[in-house]
Write a protein that binds this ligand. Sequence first.
Ligand code: GDP
Length: 392
Amino acid sequence: SLCQRMLLMYMLLDKEYVGFATLPNQVHRKSVKKGFDFTLMVAGESGLGKSTLVNSLFLTDLYKDRKLLNAEERITQTVEITKHTVDIEEKGVKLKLTIVDTPGFGDAVNNTECWKSVADYIDQQFEQYFRDESGLNRKNIQDNRVHCCLYFISPFGHGLRPLDVEFMKALHEKVNIVPVLAKADTLTPAEVKEKKIKIREEIEQFGIKIYQFPDCDSDEDEDFKQQDQELKDSIPFAVIGSNIVVEAKGKRVRGRLYPWGIVEVENPAHCDFVKLRNMLVRSHMQDLKDVTRETHYENYRAHCIQSMTRMVVKERNRNKLTRESGTDFPIPMVPGVTDTETEKLIREKDEEVRHSPSREPHEQTQHHEQHSEPEDPHLEPPPSADPHSKGS
Ligand code: GDP
């Protein structure tokens, strides 16, 4: 009978064990098979050690068994936005890491709006993703969205420079900004401490919305909570980069050799390099990706859809005026979405954005002042529209 069969099934299933406890393993296996990707951007004044740090962070690790022959060549000054992609594998887990190096600014006579090309680059990646996502083949989309931007702050100034403020504010609604204090070996520990406090205050004062580490759950253990707090207090991470290996106390370490001693890149007493790398790689990579997708990209997408609807409404009104109602007007290219549907989507998105309690700092307005020309005449560039202005 049915009862007997049920009983047998339960016995087979070992009472309370249905099987969904293996879900994490299933998810894990699938992700591992697919591999992970992460895109990191570096920005800031030229000469602050961006290229050196990136090499120290990832690339040179790849060549640890090899001689670093072209390391010097690789750090020639950046003149345009360049992309390096490396595939790293660790214990069978594959990571496709993309580094986006931006032109170091500050050299030019006129530095106004030097952030524009960088902002455009980020928008272009969003735009490409949006197109791909709206296209027919959504299966194998290449995701080039920028997940994190390390912003280099000079150790020689008194806190932030006007250009730093301008730059970060131009980008903070598009990307997760993680500020770093460059060349920390040029400062004493007391100076590092003082500068960090000053910079944190200024970030607050100027309303710069840097990447917020997620709050840890109240049920986490004390150790974890303390580590989390330490991480938050380290902002901006004081970093030191080096492409050479030196000998310190009989050990070969990556460091910088001075007449008075050696600074070790990976020594936590010397700088926050390891803390930064752990944050990027071990603890917060997924969160950086989540915030990129859920906040920055969503903002972009909402703008796009909104601008499309505006276009449609404008076109419709014009048609009414010229008594051509009934004829076709150009519907922007979002396949399968009619304008009323789009309007509904926007309303929902607006609501969602307005009511979302967490991640508040990221969910502010985005101002797209400039954007590159879209190749597709149907898809308008995002407007300098404010999604919050509707009904608020
Ligand atoms: P970028 O223009 O920001 O990419 O800077 P580079 O990485 O090309 O570095 C510029 C110069 O600063 C080079 O001579 C580096 O050797 C040096 N440099 C890089 N990192 C550090 C650092 O952490 N401390 C010190 N003192 N010098 C550094």
